[in-house]
Design a protein around this ligand. Structure first.
Ligand code: BG6
Length: 471
């Protein structure tokens, strides 16, 4: 495999994401021989540090996110790729120094990863362009959150678009890097058997769940201004929904796939503000307001459950139920297709397909089998396919896969500006209704499966969430 010689400039290199995810995953790619031997990582932040001081921090703050038994020698060769430069995003001169360092090496791909607060994006892009660092070989990577509403997300997109073409912009949604979610395209479009049932004639409802055991930990201040709808639904969960609901793309090129995802987002029926209370449940776990850096009277939701519909022939009248929350009973994400019960020779049979995204990566289906004994009666049974066991190769973390895709210049796993804006457009009436109307914020017990009101939401349709406790 021919690898691309790259420079990766990480802005915010002393920050949490760089230490917890970017550097450990670049190490993993390095250890697996997936980085060009001359590929360089240029860590950048405002702190005045020498290279050695930065490496000492990497040793302390990034290495702990790697397994203990990594090879000391491979780790040393990884560190040799790292360089450090102090850059203040607001200081134009610093960008001239950065440009000098980059042009001296002349890499085939120059990746600029903005792992900083979004309000720095515009200035960083302007300064990069002013020193000529926006030519064709340059790719700019934008980390979430990309805005807090439609207007702010548009403002970010248009600020960046002044200096970079869309094909140079990589907007991260790390869920798209998860193997189990990437598997949805082949699952749907390489398996005609499944494709047969993937529509309203067969599917009664679709359930998407992303449950987390963790609370807000050290991120109270950010989270309290964000909430579950912005943090998880607007991006990760709507992207999951796109992959489940999209039509067959014309090809597997980035734009054909993203065109189809965009159509799904545009087909989501917008909830009028006065229907939000009926279709969306928001809740907060008990004790949230005592968390570090959370307002004591906070009205921020840590849980959302909602019912959505799509205006497409394939999904007419099929409800999509989404739920996500922090401090639930377990870390678990899945996509479930509940199939319509069918009359058969053996009476009415119902069936479902469960696609577990994490922590297990499994596809499970419920089928009717003969019950042992002399009578020809059937009973439901589960078949299961473990994706981890069925592929022999190492399964990389989402960030590692995404970083490699950026270096190789493939945009498939990144959001286009129009997708992002379509997602915000759908989310806005919910945010507005919460702001303008007196919609209750329910509570739930930490370690539970969420508020009772989420159960009641489905009960309106005579439906029930798949039980999280039996998985
Ligand atoms: C992030 C959110 O985007 O995704 C976090 O900001 C959340 O609040 C995280 O915990 C979940 O990611 P994962 O990969 O652990 O499911």
């Amino acid at each position: 495999m021919k690898l691309t010689n790259f420079d990766m400039v990480i802005f915010g290199a002393t920050g949490d994401l760089a230490m917890r995810k970017l550097l450990p995953n670049l190490y993993q790619a390095h250890a697996a021989g997936l980085l060009h031997e001359q590929g360089r990582i240029l860590a950048v932040s405002r702190s005045q540090l020498s290279r050695d001081e930065f490496l000492a921090r990497v040793e302390q703050e990034a290495k702990i996110h790697l397994p203990e038994n990594i090879s000391a020698q491979v780790w040393q060769t990884f560190l040799q790729r790292l360089d450090y430069l102090s850059v203040n995003v607001l200081q134009f001169d610093d960008f001239q120094t950065l440009q000098g360092k980059i042009s001296a090496k002349n890499s085939d791909a120059i990746v600029i990863y903005l792992s900083t607060a979004p309000h720095y994006f515009a200035t960083a892009c302007k300064h990069l362009a002013q020193v000529g660092l926006n030519h064709d070989k340059v790719r700019i990577v934008l980390e979430k959150p990309l805005g807090t509403d439609l207007d702010s997300s548009r403002a970010i997109n248009s600020a960046v678009a002044q200096f970079f073409q869309e094909k140079q912009i990589y907007r991260i949604d790390h869920y798209l890097g998860k193997e189990s979610l990437q598997n949805l395209l082949p699952l749907r479009f390489a398996n005609p058997l499944l494709a047969q049932v993937w529509h309203k004639d067969w599917v009664k409802s679709v359930e998407l769940t992303v449950a987390e055991e963790l609370g807000v930990e050290e991120r109270g201040e950010f989270y309290d201004q964000t909430g579950a709808l912005r943090d998880m639904v607007q991006n990760h969960m709507l992207q999951m929904l796109c992959l489940v609901a999209m039509e067959t793309p014309k090809s597997l090129t980035a734009d054909d796939v993203r065109d189809e995802k965009l159509r799904v987002l545009q087909a989501l029926k917008v909830l009028p503000e006065n229907e939000v209370a009926k279709n969306v449940v928001r809740a907060q776990y008990q004790g949230y307001t005592t968390e570090h850096r959370v307002a004591s009277d906070s009205q921020t939701e840590t849980f959302v459950a909602l019912r959505a519909h799509l205006n497409t022939p394939r999904w007419q009248n099929v409800p999509f139920y989404l739920r996500t929350g922090k401090r639930l009973n377990q870390r678990y994400a899945s996509i479930i297709l509940n199939l319509k019960p069918q009359q058969t020779l053996f009476g009415e049979q119902s069936s479902r397909l469960v696609i577990q995204i994490q922590p297990k990566e499994r596809i499970e289906w419920q089928i009717a089998v003969k019950q042992a004994g002399n009578h020809l009666t059937v009973t439901p049974a589960w078949g299961s396919l473990d994706l981890k066991q069925n592929t022999q190769t190492r399964r990389a973390d989402a960030y590692e896969l995404l970083l490699l895709e950026i270096i190789e210049g493939r945009l498939n796993l990144f959001n286009r500006a129009d997708e992002l804006e379509a997602a915000w457009r759908w989310v806005m009436p919910i945010l507005n209704a919460w702001k303008n109307q007196n919609i209750p914020l329910y509570t739930y017990v930490s370690g539970s499966t969420g508020p009772i009101e989420a159960e009641q939401l489905l009960a309106q349709d005579n439906a029930k969430w798949h039980d999280l406790t039996v998985l």
